[in-house]
Each structure stands twice: as C-alpha cells, then as structure tokens.
Design a protein around this ligand. Sequence first.
Ligand SMILES: N[C@@H](CCC(=O)N[C@@H](CS)C(=O)NCC(=O)O)C(=O)O
Length: 273
Amino acid sequence: MLKVYSYYNSICTQKVFITLAEKGIDYVTQNVDLFRNEQFSPEYLKINPKGVVPALDHDGNIVIESTLICEYIDDCFPDLRLVPPDPFLRARMRLWSKAVDEQLFEATRELSFSAMFRERMRGMTEEQRQGRFQNVGDPIKRARLISTYEEGVDSPYVFQGIGAFEMAFAKMEKDLKAGGPWLIGAQLSLADINMMPFVARMAYLDLLDVWIEDRPATREWWGRAQTLPSFIASIPEKVPAADFEAMKSSGGAIRARVADRLAEYRRSPKATA
Ligand SMILES: N[C@@H](CCC(=O)N[C@@H](CS)C(=O)NCC(=O)O)C(=O)O
C-alpha cells in the first residue's frame, strides 16, 4: 500500500501525485495541515524529521524528499519509465531536479509567500507570528521567511528567486528548441514532472507571462503539460476553485513589481554572465 503524507496545495507533493498518476498507481493520502502546524507534531516528525510534506509510506518503508520519492516510485514500478535508461539523458534529467531542489523551490516559496501568505501572517498576533518563525528550525530558512514577511517582493531573497526562474526559463527555451517536445527530448520524464507544479504555481499566481511571454517553446511546453491527464488529476482537480481565485488575485497584485525586478535582474551583470 502506498500512502502519501500531503497537503493539497503543496508544490512538492504535486510532483509525487503527477508521478503516481502518470504510472496509474493507486494510493491513499493522509492530510498534514501545514497551517495548523501538523508538520511539527511529534507523530509526524517520526515520519519526516524535517517537518515538511511530502513523505511516502510504501508498505512500511518511509521515503522523504519529493525528488527521491519520484525516483523511488519509478524504480519500484518500472513498467512506464520516467527516468531514462540512457546515462546522459538521466544526468540531464537530474539537472532539472537539482534546479528545482536548489533554486526553484525556494523561489516559488518566496514568491507565493509574498503574494499570499504574507497577508495571512499580517492577520496574526505578534506572538503567533513569532511562534511561526521560531517553528522553522533551520536558521537560514527562518531568515528567508522573516525577510520575505517584512519586505515582500523587495526582499533580496525574492530577487534571487526571480533570477532563478529567469535562468530556468532561458535554459528551458534553449533545450526545447534544441529538441523537444519534452525537456530532455521525445519522452516525458521526471524533468518535466518536477518542473510542472512550479511553472503551474507561477501561472496560477498570474505571474508566468512575466518570464515566458517571449519564449514560444516554453509556452508550448506549458500548454502541452496542462493537457496531461496526470497533471489535471493532480493539480486542477485537487485544488479548490477558491484557491485558484485567491492565487490569481494575490499574485496579480505583485505582478508589476515582479516585472520591474525581473527587468532589474536582466540588466544586472549576473544575467549576462
Ligand atoms: N525538499 C523537500 C521540501 C519539502 C517542503 O518544504 N515542503 C513544504 C510544502 S511544499 C512544507 O511542507 N512546508 C512546511 C513548512 O515549511 O513548515 C521536498 O522536496 O520534499
């Protein structure tokens, strides 16, 4: 039996849902309410000591880290391979996983937070807010959260995130033009699945065009991704309509400032290096 510890609008969990759906594997979910701090409960910390979702329980074997979970699922259920057997293609696929884990996850968290959760935190009492900050055990993660709470899109971490998406979309456009229709070529792989929830979140926040308006191959990839039944079952069908409305309106409110900061990033020496 496969059980996914999840939260319905968690981008990392969505990678796992798409992987399972693409392979046609049945699973059950156990909700971990991130807004009630259930990820920090002693019971859940025994499952995932990092206090985050997702976690996978496969007949008693616990696997954490969404990228590792997706590869584990591919190893256990190899009928339809999402990790290519060719070593070079596999290395190219993992470069996308690394970009997601090392840059785009943080970028998406900062941008989502600036657009949506910042307002929600403003409604908390000072004591509740400080409690939320202190719950974040990792000091670097805590510093990022405090900076994004205090400065929103003007936070240096958000600027870094906007730059991370710019680099990813530039590479995406180049790779797709060199040989698509998927990120590493003809076959859908975990490279595409890992990217989908992150690109989707930018689209739902009404921010995606800021990066991809002039990137036709990336626009086509996104159009194609959205028609996959595995994608539809894992994101649009699991997220309530009210959340889509909230994401669109809150993201729309920061869109102009995100575009300004992207222009600033494109002018910076780093962007031309
Ligand atoms: N690298 C981890 C990141 C997991 C992660 O941070 N998940 C978020 C939801 S997308 C979470 O549980 N956040 C709760 C918190 O930070 O308190 C993975 O890919 O599984």
